[in-house]
Design a protein around this ligand. Sequence first.
Ligand code: 4AD
Length: 455
Amino acid sequence: QAAKKIVIKEDKTLPQAKKIKIKDIANYIGKRVEVHGWVHRLRIQKGHAFIILRDGSGFLQCVLTGDLANAYQTLTLTVESSLAVFGTINKLPEGKSAPGGVEASVDYYRIIGLAPSGKDSFTNKIQEGTDPNLLLDRRHLALRGETLSAVMKVRAKALAAVRRFYQEEDLTEVTPPCMVQTQVEGGSTLFSMNYYGEKAYLTQSSQLYLETCLPALGDVFCIQESFRAEKSHTRRHLSEYTHIEAELPFITFEDLLDHIEKFVVHIVKYIMEDPVSGALVKKLNPGFVMPKEPFKRLQYVEALDWLNENGVLNEDGTPFKFGDDIQEAAERKMTDTIGVPILLIRFPVEIKSFYMKKCADDPRVTESVDLLMPTVGEIMGGSMRIDGKDELLKGFKREGIDPTNYYWFTDQRVYGTCPHGGYGLGSERLLAWLCNRFTVKDCSLYPRFMGRCTP
Ligand code: 4AD
C-alpha cells in the first residue's frame, strides 16, 4: 500500500543529465547521465534495487535506494523491460564488483516498455538448458543472452577485420548475384527456384562471378550469402551461410597458400587487437592460441598415411585409400590430434570440383587446399582454377554439367586467360573456431538448416 503511494518524479534542481551509451561510461565518473537500455538482471533486497542495464554497447549496474527502491513501479519491474535511467556515475567501493568497475546511483528512472511477468516472463521463455529447438524458435529473445550477443559482436568485428585486410592488400569488393543459373559445388546441394518461369538456383558460391571480375578489377573479394541444400544435420553445416571469397589473377599455387596464411593470421590479429572483440574471444575461448605462420602443410596422401597409422578408419570401417573423401569425423580427429592449423593440399581430381587445376607433376591430384582448424576442421576451401577452355569443358563433362549456361565463365578462358586462384571461408566456421562454439548454428544470427527457416 505504502509502495503504491510513492510517485517517482525527476528532481529538476539536479544538474542536467547527458544522454550517453554505456561503453563511454568511464568518461563520466562523478557526472549525472541519462542511459537507455534493457533490464538484463534485477535484484531487489533490503531496501535496495540492483539493475544491470544493457544497451548493446555494454552493461551498467544501476542502484536504486530509498523511495525509488520501494516504489510500486520498482517492485513490479521485470527483466527485459526497457528503461530511461538518470543518475550519477561512481567508482565502485573497494571489494565490490560490477561491469566496468562503476555503478550509477539512480535519482530517477522511467519505464519505456514493461516486459511481461509470470508465465510470459522473459526468464520463463529463455531458461538455461532449455531444449535447443525451443531456443531456436525464440531466437529473437535468445539473442539478448550474453553468449549469443558476444558471438554476434565478434562476428561484426571479424567481417570488419576481413574488409580491413583486403583493403590493405588492395582487393576490390564486388557484390555478385545470389540468384543464378549455374552450380559451383555439386548439384546435390542446389536450392532451385522458379525464376519467372525459368529454372534458377540460390548461389552456392560467388567464385565463378569473381573470376569474371579479374580482368576488369584485378584482385577481388566478396562477402555474400551462399546456400547449400545440406540434407543432414551436422555441427558445421548450414543451409545459408556468409561466405567470404577472394580471387587473385597471375598467381601460382604457392602464392595462393602464402596469401591464405597471411590473410588468416592478419584477420585474427585484428580481431584480437580490437578491445571489444579481443576481450570477448578471450572470455568465450580462454584457451585460444593465435595461429602462427607458416602453417603446417600436409598433402592429401600424407593425411591418408596419418589416418591409417593412427587407426582412424573410413566411414565404411576400412582403412583409407587414394580417392577416398576424408569425412568430417576423421578430418576433425586428425586436426584435433595434430592441434595446429593445417593447409591440407593436393586432393584427387575425382573428389574435387570441375574447375580445379591439375598439378603439373601429378595429374591425379589438383592444386587445391582446405584449411583445417582444431575443434572445427575445414573452415576454408580454395584452389587454382583451370585456365584453358578445352580442359574446363572436360571438367564439365566429367561432372555431367551442361556448359551452355556457363558461356560467360568459359569466355573468361577465351578473352585473355590467365593463371588464377582463390578461396572461400565460411564465416560461421571461422567464428566457431575463434569463439569455441560447438556448432556453427551458434555463430549465425538466424540459422537456417534442414527443418528450420523460422524466425
Ligand atoms: O569448400 P567449399 O564448398 O568451396 C567453395 O564454395 C569454393 N567455390 C570457394 C572458392 O574457392 N571461392 O566452401 C568453402 C567454405 C568451406 O570451407 C566452409 O567453411 C564453408 O564454405 N561452407 C559452409 N559453411 C556452413 N555451412 C555449409 N553448408 C557450408 N558449406 C561450405
